[in-house]
Design a protein around this ligand. Structure first.
Ligand code: B12
Length: 282
C-alpha cells in the first residue's frame, strides 16, 4: 500500500459514513490500513472493494432501517459463533453492529439476549448438546466483559442498584446483561452474580452508597421460601424497594413472596430504576 493513501476522513466521505464508523471498519478488519506518522492511510482500491461488497454507497442510516430478516439473522449468526467457541468471530460481529450505528443497548437487547435464547431453544429441542451451551456461555461472559468495559459512560452515577440471581439459580448471564444496561444508563451496579444467598444481598445493601433498589432475578422456577427469606433479610437492613423479575417468575409469584415490584423484561428493569431515580429513558 502506498503511504499516500486516503485519510480516514476521505474514506468516511467516500463511503458516506461517520469517520468513527470508518475507524471501526479498520479495527474490525473490514478495511486494511496502515499508520503513517500517527495518521491512518487507506488504499483507494480497498475502499472500492468494500464499496462493491456492500453495494452502492448509501446515505448514512441506522440499523433500524435494516430489513427485518437481516436484523433477525444477527442473533443466529452470533449464536453459531458462540457454540463453536469462536470468540474472535463473535467479537467482530458485535463490533460490526456497533459500527453500523446500532445503539449499545440494542446490541444487548436485540443481539446478545436473543442469541442466548436461541441457544436455549436449540438445547431444549435436543439439537444442541449441553456442552455447546456451556461453551457458548463461557464465550458470552468474555464478550460481555469486553463490551461492558468499552461502553461504560463517563460522568456521575445517579444511584446504585444491587442485582443478583435468586438462591439456587445458576443463571448469572441475565444479571450481567441487565447490569450493563443499567451502567449504560448511568447507574452504578453491584452485581452479585449467580445463586446469591439471602444474607449476601443484605450485606451488599449495607455496604454500597446511594442504594436505590435491590433486584432479584429468577430465570428458573425459584424456591419461594428462599425468595421470601431474601426479601425479609434485605428489609431488615434497608427500606429501598425490592423487585423480582426473570423468566422463572411472574407477577403472582412476586406478590406472593412480598416483592415491591415485578419486572417482566430488561427494559422494565431500566424503566423501574429510571422511575425510582426520577429520570426519563435515555
Ligand atoms: C446459559 C443457560 C444456562 C447456563 C447458565 C450459565 C450462566 N452463567 O448464566 C447453565 C448451563 C448453568 C444453565 C443451567 C440450567 N438451565 Co439454563 N439456560 C441458559 C440459557 C441458554 C441462556 C440464559 C440467558 O443468558 N438468557 C439470556 C437472558 C437475557 O434471557 P432472559 O431470561 O430473557 O433474561 C432477561 C430477564 O431475566 C430480564 N429481567 C426481568 N426482570 C429482571 C430482574 C432482574 C433483577 C434482572 C437481573 C433481570 C431481569 O432481563 C434479562 C435480560 O434481558 C437459557 C435460554 C433462555 N431462554 O434464556 C436456558 C434456560 C433458562 N435454562 C433452562 C434450564 C431448564 C436449566 C437447567 C434446569 C437445566 C438442567 N436440567 O440442569 C439448569 C438450571 C440450573 C439452576 N439451578 O439454575 C430453561 C429454563 C426453563 C424454565 N423456565 O424453567 C431455559 C429457558 C432453556 C430452555 N429453553 O429450556 N442454563
Amino acid at each position: 500500500m502506498s503511504s499516500n493513501g486516503l485519510t480516514l476522513n476521505q474514506v468516511a466521505e467516500r463511503l458516506g459514513v461517520h469517520y468513527m464508523t470508518a475507524y471501526r471498519y479498520i479495527k474490525t478488519g473490514r478495511l486494511r490500513a496502515i499508520q503513517v506518522n500517527g495518521q491512518w492511510r487507506i488504499d483507494e482500491r480497498d475502499v472500492r472493494r468494500l464499496q462493491n461488497r456492500s453495494g452502492p454507497t448509501r446515505p448514512r442510516r441506522s440499523h433500524r432501517h435494516a430489513p427485518g430478516s437481516v436484523r433477525k439473522a444477527y442473533p443466529i449468526e452470533l449464536a453459531a459463533a458462540l457454540v463453536q467457541g469462536d470468540e474472535a468471530g463473535a467479537w467482530v460481529l458485535l463490533e460490526s453492529r456497533l459500527a453500523s450505528g446500532m445503539k449499545p443497548d440494542a446490541v444487548y437487547l436485540e443481539v446478545l439476549a436473543p442469541a442466548m435464547r436461541h441457544i436455549g431453544a436449540q438445547w431444549e429441542a435436543g439439537v444442541l448438546p449441553v456442552a455447546g451451551e456451556h461453551r457458548a456461555t463461557a464465550v458470552m461472559q468474555r464478550l460481555i466483559a469486553r463490551l461492558g468495559a468499552q461502553l461504560r459512560p463517563r460522568g456521575r452515577r445517579r444511584a446504585t442498584v444491587i442485582i443478583g440471581a435468586a438462591p439456587g439459580d445458576q443463571h448469572s448471564l441475565p444479571v450481567q446483561l441487565v447490569a450493563d444496561l443499567l451502567r449504560i444508563n448511568h447507574v452504578d451496579v453491584c452485581d452479585l452474580g449467580a445463586n446469591c444467598p439471602p444474607p449476601a444481598f443484605a450485606d451488599a445493601a449495607q455496604a454500597v452508597d446511594r442504594l436505590r433498589a435491590v433486584g432479584i432475578c429468577a430465570t428458573v422456577a425459584p424456591n419461594r421460601r428462599a425468595l421470601r427469606q431474601t426479601i425479609d433479610t434485605v428489609r431488615g437492613v434497608t427500606s429501598v424497594p425490592v423487585f423480582i423479575g426473570g423468566a422463572g417468575v411472574d407477577e403472582v409469584i412476586a406478590r406472593h413472596v412480598g416483592a415491591d415490584a415485578y419486572t417482566a423484561t430488561a427494559v422494565a428493569v431500566i424503566d423501574l430504576v429510571n422511575e425510582l431515580t426520577g429520570t426519563s429513558r435515555r
